[in-house]
Design a protein around this ligand. Sequence first.
Ligand code: ADP
Length: 276
Amino acid sequence: MNPFEERAKKQERINASMKDIKYLIAVGSGKGGVGKSTVSANLALSLAKEGYRVGLADADVYGPSLPTLFNIENPEVMATEKDGQELMIPIEKYGIKLMSVGFMVDNNAPLMWRGPMASNALTQMLSETLWGELDFLILDMPPGTGDIQLTLVQTFRPSGCLFVCTPQQLAVADVRRAINMFDNENIKVPVLGLVENMSYFTPKDMPEKKYYIFGKDGGKNLARELNTDFLGEIPISEEVSSGNDNGNPVAMIFDSPEAKAFMQLADNIIEKTKNI
Ligand code: ADP
């Protein structure tokens, strides 16, 4: 087999591994630390609460946070064979299927996830997981727009993508670059829109109040400037960060205002995917 045939064969295998996934939704950001993983996890959980079959893949090689968010450190990832291929069985928690770079990395082998082998390792992680039939696979991308991100997008061609920003980090250029990576002539992944995280603060004793401590409508204006839709505002809150730290994402606290904000985001995504 020549290298072109080999490449085509590999892509065929990857496509086959994704064929039972209705929507692969990539979550990106211009920069790290904006809450991309927080949004990915809570969006996945909110979709599952609506009855969808959901998976969450943490491909953030620079800071895999899924093990902490779900309190699954160093799990034993089991393998099984399907059609002559060995596949990893995702870990299940709160009704969703989870796979993370962080499950693979032990202290001796973090380097392969950073260097030139990272794209290959990520591709393998995603395509050699037994996801089964899913309505949504949420893909928590590495932040920014390097080679790894581009390879992921080209190889897996997500059904749609969304971007996370914060009012403090409204660098148009960063987000525009991230959007362009998905929405260019060759790839054409539909851009579902922009989510603003840490938008406002609501004191517990004044649940009707919203304090826009970092300024109001920054995300909305940025979305307008980038010619994309605005998908919602997520409050900054202790509940979100302590939920993250304790392996109990806030979407699981069903009646909390934060869970409602994520549910609203999930509803917007469901609506958007109808037009893909
Ligand atoms: P990224 O994936 O963009 O690097 P993370 O989701 O890991 O960002 O979030 C970065 C930090 O900010 C984490 O400590 C997380 O708990 C915290 N955080 C994210 N969103 C919120 C929020 N809405 N309210 C409070 N803390 C948040």
